[in-house]
Ligand binder design. Structure first.
Ligand code: NAD
Ligand code: UGA
Length: 468
């Protein structure tokens, strides 16, 4: 029974890229708390429970080791949602919040149907005092909606034992982890945010984080600041990338080198050196959707100038992706018909198997459109995923194959296009690869990671983003 605000049992709704790793780290650092991660997706839960730890649904460095240590001890993955809700003192909502595809706000607003469904399920099945924590990224004021739904179920308290009467507290604690470094980000966060207006509930969540996070890194704010800070953080990060990508194009025209410019401006501590790597445009499931959401909110409150300011960050990102495929086509005599292009990397960044909004999708689609044949190599992305991402309505057979090695992909290729900054691409043997390619051969390095010294000695033509 939940007599005080002490947390003994946690439920997390949503076993995805956030719910899975976040709860794994909580379970590791809080051995006295039972953690249940639940999901409606049976396959996903089965993968989390797979005996083979290489088959976990998410690839994240360091994740499988902790799952191995905690699973079936105080960390459980289950589809038993209602029971887990009923037993929990604290419930994290970590469900997906994609951009709405239809109805009011389509193409901009976040689709909150899964959040609302979760809130209703919590309202229905929770017993006694329950703290509900927003972990998903949500529009400002969503906590109000969740609270209204939860409180409307208090009418069911009539005739129930005092201890079982429903009582809800809503907090916001957005997640700032980045994929590929999720475990390190969770173990050593720059800060943890807790938004809420109830001191006891806030303290209960703070006590959990205090098991491994220093007190001075835990920031307490009101609910709305917390919700808005998450959208703002992602918008600022994305804005830095679009800013440097816009400069990369100017570098290519003027003889400046974007790497040198990044270094020069990044040494100014007011600007900071992180998130200044020019590339093929940002991808990932969140930057675009969160900025779209910020634009929607701004317009909703009549702040069109604010909305259009952030809209430019997205416009530059799309432009950068389009620009890359145009450069490739132009350099290959304006014609890609039946040319073999080796694509190195398909994930939206290194150290993840996630391809959501990967710049590789738009770039590969453009190259296919020009008639190229693609041989794609990515150490973590499966063929089925690539096919799903590149499939267009009109096409049954895509003009592509998946290679098992870089060499297989490069064999007989007219060009290599580096799209993800995987470590193994930084130390390729260019002497060997050059012999495999058709001449005149090209390497297009959209990530600025290729060892140019070695490559140039092979006679391969070379283009790197942000240099002329
Ligand atoms: P995801 O799609 O990987 O996982 C969400 C999971 O929730 C899915 O497995 C889905 O089946 C499950 N789900 C949906 N509705 C459900 C319901 N009613 N009951 C039970 N399970 C349900 O998404 P994600 O990448 O983990 O993102 C989740 C949230 O976290 C989003 O709001 C996102 O913006 C935010 N976020 C993501 C990241 C990231 O790196 N991916 C980082 C910070 C914040
Ligand atoms: C991002 C944020 O970094 C996290 O703090 C946030 O929690 C998360 O979004 C979220 O809300 O989902 P993530 O998208 O996983 O994390 O990865 P990032 O490292 O931010 O990279 C995003 C994209 O920007 C990638 O395509 C990456 O290649 C690109 N990028 C990043 C650059 O092009 N240049 C850079 O300098 C940095």
């Amino acid at each position: 029974m939940k007599e005080d605000f002490k947390i003994k049992n946690i439920c997390c709704i949503g076993a995805g890229y956030v719910g899975g790793p976040t709860m794994t780290v909580i379970a590791k650092n809080c051995p006295n708390i039972e953690v249940f991660v639940v999901d409606i997706n049976e396959d996903r839960i089965a993968s989390w429970n797979d005996k083979d730890f290489n088959k976990l649904p998410i690839y994240e460095p360091g994740l499988k080791e902790i799952v191995k240590q905690c699973r079936d001890k105080n960390l459980h993955f289950s589809t038993n949602i209602d029971e887990s809700i009923a037993n929990a003192d604290m419930i994290f909502i970590s469900v997906n919040t994609p951009t709405k595809s239809k109805g009011i706000g389509a193409g901009q607003a976040s689709d909150l149907k899964w959040v609302e469904l979760s809130a209703r399920r919590i309202a229905d099945h929770a017993r006694g005092r329950t703290i509900v924590v927003e972990k998903s990224t949500l529009p400002v004021k969503t906590a109000e909606t969740i609270k209204t739904i939860l409180d409307s179920y208090k009418k069911n308290n009539h005739g129930i034992k005092e201890k079982e009467k429903k009582e809800f507290y809503v907090l916001s604690s957005p997640e700032f982890l980045a994929e590929g470094t999720a475990i390190n980000d969770l173990e050593n966060p720059d800060r943890v945010l807790i938004g809420g207006d109830d001191k006891n509930a806030t303290k209960a969540l703070e006590d959990i984080y205090l098991n491994w996070v220093k007190k001075e890194k835990i920031l307490k704010t009101n609910l709305w600041s917390s919700e808005l800070s998450k959208l703002t953080a992602n918008a600022f990060l994305a804005q830095k990338i679009s800013s440097i990508n816009s400069i990369s194009a100017l570098c290519e025209e003027t003889g400046a080198d974007v790497k040198e410019v990044s270094k020069a401006i990044g040494m100014d501590t007011r600007i900071g050196s992180k998130f200044l790597s020019s590339g093929p445009g940002f991808g990932g499931s969140c930057f675009k959707k969160d900025i779209l959401n910020l634009i929607y909110l701004s317009n909703h409150y009549g702040l069109e100038e604010v909305g259009s300011y952030w809209g430019k960050v997205l416009e530059i990102n799309e432009w950068q992706q389009n620009r890359i495929s145009k450069v490739i086509t132009k350099k290959l005599f304006g014609n890609l018909y039946k040319k073999k292009l080796s694509i190195l990397g398909f994930a939206f960044k290194a150290n993840t198997n996630d391809t959501r909004e990967s710049p590789a999708i738009n770039i590969c689609k453009d190259l296919l459109e020009e008639g190229a044949y693609l041989s794609i190599y990515d150490p973590k992305v499966e063929l089925e995923q690539v096919q799903n991402d590149l499939k267009r309505n009109s096409e049954k057979n895509l003009n592509l194959t998946i290679a098992k090695t870089v060499e297989e992909s490069a064999n007989n290729a007219d060009a290599i296009v580096v799209l993800t900054e995987w470590q193994e691409f930084k130390k390729l043997n260019w002497q060997t690869i050059a012999k495999l390619m058709r001449t005149p051969s090209w390497v297009f390095d959209t990530r600025g990671i290729i060892n140019t010294k070695e490559l140039k000695s092979t006679g391969i033509n070379f283009w790197r983003v942000g240099t002329s």
